[in-house]
Design a protein around this ligand. Sequence first.
Ligand code: AP5
Ligand code: MG
Length: 229
Amino acid sequence: MDGTTTVTTAPVLILLGPPGAGKGTQARMLEEKYGLVQLSTGDLLRAAVAAGTEAGKEAKAVMASGGLVSDEIVLAILKDRLAEPDTAKGVILDGFPRTTVQAEALDDLLASSGQKINAAISLDVEDAAMVTRISGRFTCGACGEGYHDTFKAPKVAETCDKCGSTDMKRRADDNAETVASRLEAYHAQTAPLIAYYDNKNTLSHVDAMGQIDQIAKDLGSVIEQATNT
Ligand code: AP5
Ligand code: MG
């Protein structure tokens, strides 16, 4: 046994939630547990910025301000990534969609290939927790594993538990001022998607204020129900 749980179809799962809700942390755990592919538009955009592509150049200042990158850029990046063969295993969308335009474009894209969203899961958290979570975050530059100074410290200081790298990174947009703008953008432009998916009967809620492992169990229950029916 390799610890991977098999799901019957190629699921499409959405993790909705504000900055610091734990989307990335949980998506990586789900990836390992179910053999799905995490698809984070934030990670894809940061890679485009680092690579200095045209899209990356446009996205850079917007991301630094805490606003949302244009639907056009995000949709182009997402479509390219979805076209890669590994996504046939099923995907966990982390940080996408973030606007109604993106949600409608995703519906059209999936419909054109006979797929559907199995579950849109809202990670419910209080705004007050966000700054503490984000200000303590760091990530392994080699394998992408996420950590927190207090809540998820590596076993050996500054050393990745997963791959042993000591190349730890902190995000440029993880400062108090930008976090406030990111939260504002979430409430204005992304939170309405909770009602959007509720109206389509694909919405579930998971309390994301507790321990990381408990949240993972609760998410697993929702996903197993959504993918086996
Ligand atoms: P993105 O990278 O998606 O950032 P975000 O939505 O602000 O979310 P975060 O990555 O900050 O939080 P998370 O929920 O993943 O939390 P994590 O698991 O790391 O987007 C960045 C920017 O890119 C946007 O501002 C925008 O400009 C642009 N962008 C991206 N997608 C876009 C789109 N679709 N459209 C337009 N623009 C887009 O956890 C945070 C910390 O808390 C970690 O240290 C973790 O260890 C810790 N933690 C996790 N869970 C818990 C817990 N239960 N208890 C205690 N600590 C916890
Ligand atoms: Mg994230």
